[in-house]
Design a protein around this ligand. Structure first.
Ligand code: MOS
Length: 771
């Protein structure tokens, strides 16, 4: 079930806002969509990586003599074979396509084999012998912060330290009736995209063409160009169909593309590299584990007066997006609540574990777990309803965020959302009724809510480009650097072009991204695809539309402002008999040499944030949302069943209700996994334990609850048609709604994710013993 809550008079759009089918659905359901691994070209070699054998140490010697003897081996490359820049990565270039001197985790690549067959490449990779000078290993970020800890990079182990200083916390604690301290922790989790990372690199003259599982083809081009030491126009990256990403294909996947390109350059032949699930899970980055310590002061009536916060995140062996992920955690450190006095210190730290990076939510889900658990703990101490405490502190128009930003210029809808969702879920009644459960199976209901800064924020260059071209038959090709990963980007961008040009969506096809003709649009991350991609398409389509309107105006003897584009026809408002079909007009324009292609450029409003003081406007606008979860917990077994989830989002404007609903269902599925079962485990020495989906358990279909999705639309002045963000919000608050519901059902609170049966049972036992 789902519902878009919209004021009816606003519904004047013909394509945008309507539940159109995905434009890529046919190719996917008929199996004609090609994924990277589906591409075969003549004379192609297969490449396989050799991963590090130990988590920390200097490479003394790499012996490839036995490997060379394997029949079919064409080339074995080590770090010395890289012609270009040795250290790459964004924002801090500390990663290596093949490590030169030192391994820092068990997923480092020390050599690559290219061979005539996959079997030969695999066999040879196993025969490469590496001698190391082992170094002491540090896996715990707090240990890694100590002076005498083994140094993973020369720069020291603390990558970034951000601060928030707002008001006076000492004064705030004095004003409080209660001061409590809590620690919350979260785990490593895996993106679990269906399609493991892969790349096919083809030498074409002095160019390298790459098909790869890359979330951001322009980043893959950047890394490849640097690695090979060739200019960017000689690297062409084409994004085929992508089997999911969730933030997971914007780093490792670029390195895989660069490795295939390197082997193609060294051999002069096409090279294909497809990771196994185990190789992928060993090497690819995860969601950051967080340690979060909150000291919080509050009054008897539930007003928060101060927060002192310390957050430490495990970046693992390389920095990747860690500073940017930490940025989001820092500026959103109090959740969706106004806190007058804050002192916050936020660190991200190198260790010898797998590295951490971008993953759907990007530093918000961890903070939300802490803050939303904390709100329930405060409510419990005060004997207050969790909805009431949230309404007492939640942001409203004019509220001041931790960075001193005043929330204005958009509708601050969080209170509206909390109230409406609580009413829909029959919160009050269920909260009371479930509390009376006495048997083995106890019911619970929990809420959590959040706000989220839209797009990259002040830490990134926030732009996107698109090209719209109307062909002579009136059909339209569009492209952008904003990419499709399964989230529906092509569909919403196609809807946008169709909406502006007044044609059915069937007239539009999205092609690309292809770095040689799709404009670099920044990364498709940060729930910015719809906002920025549709923004750029809209600008480009409007340029073409204006040229066509001017031409039609001449035909109809009127001014171009009078020309209407609607349902595949173009007519004069003043005299609607003056009408021509869109394809006919396109044809006339061509014959009369009217330019029907245009580039659109969309910029986010300018903002600024100071990393020294933590002050400024980290994002130009925000989205608001809440989840309510109902669970059943068996107090004998610790078993948790999520029975129902209610979700309400304010994405500004829902461009496609069908795919938007899909985003929320997917977010709930991932959120349940994060809350209850998923954990990428590393043993005490730095070796991974969970390398495939036998040991790493994600949520299965039969574990999905009934999900009710509601959209509350408050169009944002900065977004196309008022659209903001949805992809990450759909996941951001699910886990704490579930853990809060578990606490309601059982009276015990799990403060470290995942809330496994073992943890629940242990807490229940301790509670029993205290009686
Ligand atoms: Mo994302 S986690 O911003 O790809």
């Amino acid at each position: 079930m789902s519902k878009v809550i919209v004021k009816e008079k606003e519904r004047v759009l013909n394509v945008v806002g309507h539940p159109v089918n995905r434009v890529d659905a046919l190719a996917k359901v008929t199996g004609t969509a090609k994924f990277t691994a589906d591409y075969y070209v003549p004379n192609m070699l297969y490449a396989v990586v050799k991963h590090a054998d130990i988590p920390h140490g200097y490479i003394k010697k790499i012996d490839t003599s036995e490997a060379e003897k394997v029949e079919g081996v064409v080339k074995i490359a080590t770090g010395k074979d890289i012609p270009g820049v040795k250290k790459v990565g964004f924002p801090i270039p500390d990663e290596e396509v093949i490590v030169q001197e030192k391994v820092r985790y068990i997923g480092d690549v020390v050599a690559i084999v290219a061979a005539e067959t996959l079997e030969a490449a695999r066999k040879a990779a196993e025969k490469i012998k590496v001698e190391y000078d082992p170094l002491p290993v540090v896996l715990d970020p707090e240990e890694a912060m100590k002076e005498d800890a083994p140094k993973i990079h020369d720069s020291g182990n603390i990558i970034t330290h951000f601060k928030i200083r707002k008001g006076d916390v000492e004064k705030g604690f004095k004003e409080a009736d209660y001061v409590i301290e809590r620690e919350y922790r979260t785990q490593f989790i895996e993106h679990s995209y269906l399609e493991p990372v892969a790349a096919l690199a083809i030498p074409v003259g002095d160019m390298i063409e790459i098909y790869g599982t890359v979330q951001n083809p322009h980043n893959a081009r950047r890394i490849t160009s640097l690695t090979l030491g060739i200019p960017m126009h000689k690297v062409r990256v084409i994004q085929p169909a992508l089997g999911g990403s969730f933030g997971g294909k914007d780093d490792t996947a670029n390195f895989v593309a660069a490795r295939a390109a390197l082997m193609a350059k060294l051999t002069g032949r096409p090279v294909k590299m497809v990771y196994t699930r185990e190789q992928d899970m060993r090497e690819s980055y995860k969601r950051h584990p967080y340690i979060m310590r909150y000291k919080v002061g509050f009054t008897k009536d539930g007003r928060i007066t101060a927060m002192e916060i310390k957050v430490i995140t495990n970046a693992g062996a390389y920095s990747s997006s860690s500073p940017l992920v930490l940025y989001r955690s820092t500026v959103q450190c109090t959740g969706t609540y106004e806190v007058p006095n804050i002192k916050g210190d936020f660190y991200t730290v190198y260790t010898n574990t797998v590295f951490s990076g971008a993953m759907r939510g990007f530093g918000a889900p961890q903070i939300n777990f802490a803050v939303e658990s904390l709100m329930d703990e405060i409510a419990e101490i005060l004997g207050m309803d969790p909805v009431e405490i949230r309404l007492k502190n939640a942001y409203k128009e004019g509220s001041v965020t931790p960075t001193g930003q005043v929330l204005k210029g958009h509708v601050v809808s969080i209170r509206d959302i909390i109230k409406k969702l609580a009413e829909i879920a029959d919160w009050k009644k269920k909260r009371e009724e479930y509390s009376k459960d006495k048997g083995d199976v106890r019911r619970g209901i929990g809420i959590s809510c959040a706000f989220r800064g839209v797009s990259l924020g002040a830490e990134g260059a926030d732009y996107a480009g698109a090209i719209v071209e109307v062909f002579e038959d009136g059909h339209i090709s569009i492209t952008s650097g904003i990419s499709e990963m399964g989230q529906g980007a092509k569909t919403v961008m196609s809807q946008t072009a169709a909406e502006v040009l007044g044609v059915p969506i069937e007239y539009v096809t999205f092609v690309g991204p292809d770095t040689s003709f799709s404009p670099d649009s920044g990364p498709t991350v940060a729930s910015r695809g719809t906002l920025m991609g549709c923004g750029a398409v809209k600008v480009a389509a409007e340029v073409v539309k204006e040229r066509m309107a001017k031409y039609a105006a001449k035909l109809f003897n009127t001014t171009y402002e009078n020309i209407v584009f609607e349902n595949g026809y173009v007519y004069s408002k003043k005299n609607p008999e003056n009408k021509i079909s869109f394809p006919e007009l396109a044809k006339k324009c061509y014959l009369d040499r009217v330019n029907l292609s245009a580039v659109g450029w969309f910029l986010a409003p300018e903002i600024h944030w100071d990393p020294e003081t933590g002050e400024g406007e980290p994002y130009f606008t925000y989205t608001y949302y809440a989840d309510i979860a109902e669970v059943e917990v068996n107090v004998k077994t610790g078993d948790v069943k999520v029975k129902k989830v209610y979700a309400m989002h304010d994405p500004g404007k829902v461009v496609n209700p069908k795919t938007a609903k899909g985003q929320v269902y997917g977010g709930v599925a991932m959120g349940i996994g994060y809350a209850l079962k998923e954990e990428y485990k590393i043993d005490g020495k730095g070796y991974p334990i969970t390398l495939n989906f036998d040991k790493y358990q994600i949520v299965r279909a039969h574990e999905m609850p009934d999900v009710e999705v509601y959209f509350l639309e408050n169009p944002d002045p900065s977004g196309p048609f008022g659209a903001k963000s949805l992809g990450e919000p759909a996941f951001d608050t699910v886990a704490p709604a579930i853990t809060n519901a578990i606490a309601h059902a059982t009276g015990v609170r799990v403060r470290s994710l995942p809330a496994t049966k073992d943890k629940i049972l242990k807490l229940l036992k301790e509670k029993e013993e205290r009686r």
